[in-house]
Design a protein around this ligand. Sequence first.
Ligand code: NAP
Length: 476
Amino acid sequence: MSTPNNFHLLLFGATGDLAQRKLFPALYRAHAHDLLHPQARITAIGRSEPDTAAFLATLQQQAQNHLADDFNLQTWQTFCQRIDYLMLDVSQSQQFDVLATFAQSSDTVIAYLSTAPRFFADICQQLARVGLNTPNVRVVLEKPLGNDLDSSRHINAAVGEYFSENQIYRIDHYLGKEALQNLLPLRFGNPLFESVWNKDFIQSVQITVAETLGVGTRGAFYDRTGALRDMVQNHLLQMLCYTAMERPTSTHSDDIRNEKLKLLESLRIYTPAEVDTHAVRGQYTAAQGMNAYLDEADIAPDSRTETFVAAELYIDNPRWTGVPFYLRTGKRMAQKQAHIVINFKTDPHNPFAAVANRLTISLQPDETLTLRLNTKRTGSGMQSAPADMVLDLAAAANGRRMEAYELLLLEIIAGRLGLFNRRDELEAAWHWVMPLLERWQDPSAPAPQGYPAGSWGAAAAQTLLARNGDTWAENT
Ligand code: NAP
């Protein structure tokens, strides 16, 4: 294996939840598996810890919780030798002066902004002021990048004043999931699938990300965000891209991102009336001992924020004319699941076909591919019966499966942009989302439909499919 690139990571928001729960455990695992350059260093930046010793003491407690069996004290201590803590208030511009020393380095400098997006523009401006926007500097932006098309454009323009597009890594951690990335070799590397991956053979596609948790302690954030912005605009549309995009001419980052952009630009944009007929929003109500959304902490008593979204999308290009793509996500749903279901067409007059073929690509709770086939029913006579062929992707890969953030951090260190959203892609995704957002802000729009906590979501989501003769996968 070649030596990994050396780097210096400036981690803004190092005392925050994301850094402590995901980023440091990811860096630790990479360190433990010798995937970091021996000289690579981390400067953890925050306000609430006074010095390195105090920061590391808190970090260790968190790491023990989050790494569980992966935590090894001796390895942890060698990992900590890479880390310094810097107390810096990002709203005080002069405090950035101390970072000027890093501008002397010829190694890669990675500024990871794990802070609220309202700080992004100022942090980038200050980094540039102290000389930290030379070509060896990369900047990483956590989601959410804005709360609508305008604010997203505004943030991207502000960051773009100081960094060129190929220095900017916009995180959508779903792109770090190997089961999602696997769709590209599955589709384009296997003629068996590529030849039937179109409107002639596919009846419909379903993409579901269902969570069992409610809003927990994040009520204030969630109530001004909702499922459309929190999940659909980013994760579900990225899953759609990998499912439906055309074959990139190479595996190069921009070839992949160009195809994702084209796909997003082919999405049919809805009028307000079409939003009412093609999208459903829901809000969970009390059931099975679980609170209603409206009774959760920090939620406005008359909130119309959606905790569930289902939508029927159309891609207006030659491959997909007329094929419905159904997206669905929600909190407090019956099971924790993330999957893509490809329903193939069937011939009702074919005596050998008991069922339509169906390919399920599961990202959660397991990473599997399940292909439903027709087989001969055991015994005398010639009757067909369905049988599932299941591939455990993790077992087939025969190697350690990295969590999304570890894989994404290693891609940033390697300087590969393919798993990060380009500015134009992000704006194209917002472009599709905006009519739904605007319609749902209109007081005359139908209110979110209640659904019992622990169910599969708003009843109207069943009707959405039923009128096309389709059914959600869990019902078949
Ligand atoms: P958080 O727990 O509230 O942490 C915020 C971080 O920002 C803290 O380290 C805080 O430092 C720092 N900060 C705030 N004001 C600062 C200032 N003036 N100067 C310097 N540092 C300052 O938030 P989080 O959950 O980690 O999320 C960070 C970002 O990632 C947010 O944009 C969030 O939406 C996004 N995100 C989070 C998750 C997640 O699972 N948590 C998932 C995806 C995306 P001090 O506390 O030391 O002041």
